[in-house]
Design a protein around this ligand. Structure first.
Ligand SMILES: [Zn+2]
Length: 116
């Protein structure tokens, strides 16, 4: 069942971003669905919004996040539902209507071990 989530969308060059509801499909093979607890919008995202990277609007901003794994797709073994995850995907904001970036580390998951 697809999931409705909020995303920060840049629709056009140098215009204010918007918070919109986007639909995320169930995780496919090699993917994980993460309930994001916190997400940064960094200077690279600002460059996308400013049109300094390309003009392929709209962009879904924010690629540095932390959250809890909700579901995993077929073949996923690195993370499990209920586990905490921190990740940084490649600097390639996705278009809001697309599936998650398959090259993103977020789709494979990367555990961040704490050193207390
Ligand atoms: Zn960044």
């Amino acid at each position: 069942m697809p999931h409705e989530v909020s995303g920060v969308i840049s629709r056009s060059k140098k215009q204010p971003v918007e918070i919109e509801t986007i639909v995320v499909p169930d995780p496919g093979p090699g993917e994980a669905l993460i309930k994001v607890q916190a997400c940064g919008v960094c200077h690279t995202d600002l460059h996308y919004r400013e049109g300094a990277i390309n003009d392929d609007f709209p962009f879904l901003l924010g690629h540095e996040a932390a959250g809890i794994v909700e579901e995993v797709g077929e073949g996923v073994t690195e993370v499990t539902p209920g586990g905490a995850l921190h990740w940084v995907s490649e600097h390639s904001p996705r278009r809001p209507s697309s599936r998650p970036n398959k090259r993103s580390r977020s789709t494979r998951g990367r555990s961040q071990k704490r050193r207390d």
